[in-house]
Design a protein. Structure first.
Lengths: 482, 220
């Protein structure tokens, strides 16, 4: 088994890259959509094989207990999204919203984005991780602007500027980490290798580490979409193609979160440094409550679910900020559940918007009557995302709240408050969207239901029964997070 | 000799902070671009000096990129763009001069306080370089939030990035400095192209270049 170990990680990185090159030169969109799905599926299989056959720790790449969770989740959602994207773009093409050359570009960028995200996750080098996140940002910027409408370009521009500032701040933090490491591990590459850093971090200068963490949290936090730095996120979700909204919410936010977690581990291993927890809980709570209130005033359906993503990233960052085995476990679980549920919702929303021809919530009514299957899928998705039982989101939120009650009751009250505010907003809007007299087009929809059913089924099963090996695995990871 | 090397590095890095302050109070776009070119030149000198005292020849490449790309190509390109879009006479409504300058001084003081707390085993040169670099980064951020015009926001971002390059060059033996400076240059080039498209959209409500030509043709 170990014979394939160095190979599978290369497949995870190079297959999307090679496919991107191939897709850039392929003009038949049917073929490239299939190739896109096939390549994403093979990447997912290669990522699964990392579970049983881990490559040795190298100077540039590493697979450990933490990032493997992210890689498997990432490649899985990337695969299902590519299947959704195939039916989505066929409609966009027939509606003349996109041309064939746009699609060529779109498919190539999709695979390039996957390659960059996978690289960011397996990089054992904080410089390499930074580069990969920069590339991932740039590819999503051009995809957000692909419709070329004034709104889309403005969204892409805003994302570009805020993303660049975030990236710049993160680089400053990375430089500071290197400067803290240099007196201990020596000059050169060693000062950037994650495994070396974490082995020696207890001897680093705490003041430099503190400063570095502030910059890294703000920089990568911009990409996570944390509250004062979230301005790009709703626009980018609303104006880009829906598969990209799903990838942004389900994957890219997680990748940025992963970067924050890496540095959190570094900081908490140094006794002299500030505790990173309170900073993260503060930002997380702010995002949660803020996004909860913002949900009430949304008129655009994709924008509304983008705010819901901010809310959930707030919950996850809060959980990791609380720390401890149980809260970390809940954070990881919530992250996985949110990725699956939110991308399923975006799949449903994508088809709804296509058939109704509008993103305005007021123009979409009575979906369960006009398009029963799509409507009920959306209902199930929203019920799952607001955290009603039996969905997996309920379980992770329950765990987060109970562990917080035991340690800081006041914070737990705030979390519950934020969750209830968001709950009210989403249920209110769902009522109008799903029930009542149908409004708008009644045309039947050619949708690919499989990805959303798969996601929602996983979420519902996870809420009722988590296989013990998976629980043991998550607990092991959670314990290694401090 | 060592003392002299230290003082020159100090002088050049301090010059960078000074030009950042000058950027803060420029209210005309041409003047802003000229000061930015000056800052890029100062950065090139500072990085070149670091290359000399650290015996790190690869840093000369970073200095070269700063001179050719940031001090020449970008300011010239932006100059032409501003002229073509006819916005050069736009006097910007900066939040207001006095509070901005006071905030700038506060940020520089903050970065001094923060970096001086760094343990003393870190050598003095790296530490003070860091203080200057942090000041430039924070002043760049300040400029981005106090300006409304897209061109001057970009200049703010570019000066922020100059601070990053200064920090990276000052971190002795840091890998990938050259690659990072080149990658950032590409990013900036993309931003400049983007701003061009964006500004056209803002003024003429379209990104079609032909429409711009048509518009100008009619107005003459």
């Amino acid at each position: 088994m170990t014979g394939i170990a160095p190979l599978n990680i290369l497949v995870v990185l190079l297959l999307p890259l090679a496919t991107a090159g191939l897709l850039a030169g392929l003009s038949s969109y049917r073929l490239s959509a299939r190739l896109n799905v096939g390549s994403a599926f093979l990447t997912f299989l290669a990522a699964l094989s990392l579970l049983v056959a881990r490559p040795p720790v190298g100077r540039f790449l590493v697979v450990d207990d933490l990032n493997i969770v992210f890689i498997v989740l990432n490649t899985f959602v990337a695969f299902t999204t590519s299947a959704f994207s195939a039916s989505y773009i066929a409609h966009e093409l027939s509606a003349h919203r996109l041309t064939r050359s746009h699609l060529r570009f779109y498919h190539a960028m999709y695979q390039l984005l996957l390659a960059a995200m996978n690289l960011a996750l397996v990089a054992n080098n904080i410089g390499l991780m930074w580069v990969a996140i920069e590339v991932a940002t740039l590819t999503t910027v051009v995809m957000v602007g692909i419709y070329r409408t004034p709104q889309a370009l403005e969204a892409a521009w805003k994302y570009f500027i805020l993303g660049s500032v975030g990236i710049a701040l993160a680089l400053f933090g990375t430089i500071l980490i290197y400067m803290a490491a240099r007196p201990v591990v020596g000059e050169g590459l060693n000062g950037m290798i994650w495994t070396v850093l974490v082995a020696h971090v207890d001897q680093f200068d705490p003041a430099l580490l503190n400063l570095a963490f502030v910059f890294l949290l703000l920089g990568y936090g911009t990409k996570v979409g944390l509250a004062p730095l979230h301005a790009w996120l709703p626009d980018a979700h609303a104006e880009g193609p829906t598969p990209i909204s799903a990838v942004l919410s389900g994957l890219l936010l997680n990748v940025a979160l992963y970067a924050v977690l890496r540095f959190k581990i570094l900081l908490s291993a140094n006794p002299g440094a500030i505790a990173p927890g309170p900073l993260m809980t503060g930002l997380g709570l702010l995002s949660l409550v803020f996004a909860g209130f913002m949900l009430y005033r949304r008129g655009d359906i994709k924008r509304m679910f983008a705010y819901s993503s901010i809310e959930h990233m707030g919950v996850i960052v809060f959980a990791f900020g609380m720390g401890g085995a149980l809260a970390n476990f809940a954070g990881l679980l919530h992250m996985a559940m949110h990725s699956l549920t939110k991308s399923a919702i975006f799949f449903a929303v994508g088809h709804v918007v296509q058939v109704k021809g509008t993103q305005q919530i007021a123009e979409i009514r009575g979906l369960t009557t006009s398009h029963p299957f799509l409507g009920w899928t959306l209902v199930v998705g929203v019920i799952a995302i607001v955290g009603l039982p039996p969905a997996g989101v309920f379980m992770s939120e329950f765990l987060i709240v109970t562990t917080t009650v035991a340690r800081a009751p006041a914070l737990a009250a705030l979390v519950v408050f934020g969750l209830l505010v968001a709950f009210g907003a989403l249920v209110l809007r769902l009522h109008g969207l799903a029930f009542g007299e149908p409004k708008g087009s009644l045309q039947p929809v050619k949708a690919s239901y499989l990805p959303m059913i798969l996601h929602l089924a996983l979420v519902l099963v996870a809420g009722v029964y988590l296989p013990p090996p998976l629980v043991a695995w998550f607990q092991h990871v959670a314990a290694s997070l401090h | 000799m060592d003392r002299l090397a230290f003082d020159i590095a100090h002088l050049l890095a301090g010059g960078l902070v000074l030009t950042s302050f000058m950027l803060l109070y420029q209210d005309r776009l041409y003047a802003l671009l000229n000061v930015y070119a000056m800052q890029a030149l100062t950065l090139a000198l500072a990085v070149g000096w670091q290359a000399h005292i650290q015996h790190a020849p690869h840093l000369y490449i970073t200095a070269g990129v700063a001179i050719v790309f940031k001090a020449l190509i970008i300011p010239v390109a932006l100059h032409r763009m501003v002229a073509r879009l006819g916005v050069h006479r736009e006097v910007e409504t900066v939040v207001s001069l006095v509070p901005t300058m006071l905030a700038g001084m506060g940020l520089v003081a903050l970065s001094m306080i923060v970096t001086m707390r760094v343990a003393h085993e870190a050598d003095a040169l790296a530490r003070e370089d860091l203080a200057f670099a942090l000041s430039v980064v924070l002043l760049g951020l300040l400029m981005m939030v106090t300006r409304s015009n897209a061109v001057s926001q970009i200049v703010g971002f570019m000066s922020l990035e100059n601070g990053l390059i200064l920090a990276a060059a000052g971190a002795k033996g840091m890998p990938f400095v050259v690659e990072i400076s080149v990658a950032f240059s590409i990013l900036i080039a993309l931003i400049v192209i983007g701003i061009f498209l964006f500004r056209i959209r803002e003024r003429f409500d379209t990104v079609d270049l032909q429409a711009l030509d048509d518009f100008r043709g009619e107005s003459r």
